[in-house]
Design a protein around this ligand. Structure first.
Ligand code: SF4
Length: 257
């Protein structure tokens, strides 16, 4: 074999090894039972939200929509075949350096939680981070923002989420079974293996979020997901934001989606 062929063969073998190392060994085709569960979760979230949005006092129920659909999402996530194997724990925040979007009810619930649970000094600091991250998110494509590993504005100095009990569904469903692999991914280590993400859990968060968005759209409201920092900043700047959104006003107009 010529030296050029040998080099090509070596290269192909290296590529094969890298590909193999990035294949998640825990990954199995999802059984139909779990797919059905995800579809049902999406439908149930839509029904829960649609029922509340039909009521005349819906402006007061916006947080309840987020709370009820989150409870549903967490219940479905606990049915994951990977439940009990998750490595995620308080203070581990490798995955909190990404872009997150939220449905409007989620954004209102998070804003209300921060208002009730943070001091005014904490809120002032948070506001600076929201402004900074919102500007950064507007200034670059989403994939570049994610690649830049910008810490989420809600992350505390010790790596916890300021709004953990009401965190976005996208975050609640983002679970991994290996802290070590998350760290390697965060550090972009050259020979890192794929992060063993619980795909059922993340699909559960997504299905519930989509069901909620569909119900909002069906009620004639803006249900489209919004970039987290933009959404929170807009709510802080808009008096009676939840009531105005529930009356059909375009509260999140011009926010990054
Ligand atoms: S909202 Fe909370 S859980 Fe989600 S990325 Fe930000 S700090 Fe992390």
């Amino acid at each position: 074999m010529s030296s050029s062929n040998k080099r090509q063969q070596k290269k192909r073998e290296q590529l094969r090894r890298v590909k193999a190392s990035r294949t998640n060994p825990d990954e199995q085709p999802r059984p139909p039972r779990l797919n059905k569960m995800l579809q049902e979760a999406g439908r149930e979230a839509e029904q829960i939200a649609a029922k509340l949005l039909k009521r005349s006092d819906r402006a007061e129920l916006v947080e309840q929509i987020a709370n009820s659909t989150r409870t549903l999402a967490l219940k479905v996530i606990r049915s994951s075949p990977m439940d009990g194997k998750h490595a995620c724990q308080a203070g581990c925040s490798f995955c909190c350096h990404t872009a997150v979007t939220v449905a409007p009810p989620e954004a209102f619930a998070i804003a209300a939680y921060l208002q009730d649970h943070c001091s005014s000094a904490e809120r002032d600091k948070l506001r600076l981070r929201l402004d900074c991250n919102a500007e950064l998110a507007s200034s670059m494509p989403r994939n570049e923002y994610i690649a830049s590993l910008i810490p989420c504005g809600l992350m505390t100095e010790d790596g916890n989420c300021m709004a953990h009990p009401v965190r976005p569904l996208a975050c609640a469903g983002f679970l991994s079974t290996s802290r070590q692999k998350c760290e390697a991914e965060f550090k972009r280590e050259p020979d890192r293996a794929a992060v063993p993400i619980d795909k059922f859990a993340s699909a559960a968060g997504l299905c519930v979020a989509i069901g909620t968005q569909n119900a909002c759209n069906g009620a004639g409201l803006d249900g489209t997901a919004i970039e987290l920092h933009h959404a929170l900043r807009r709510i802080m700047d808009t008096p009676d934001a939840a009531a105005r959104w529930a009356s059909g006003e375009e509260v999140f107009q011009d926010c990054l989606r």
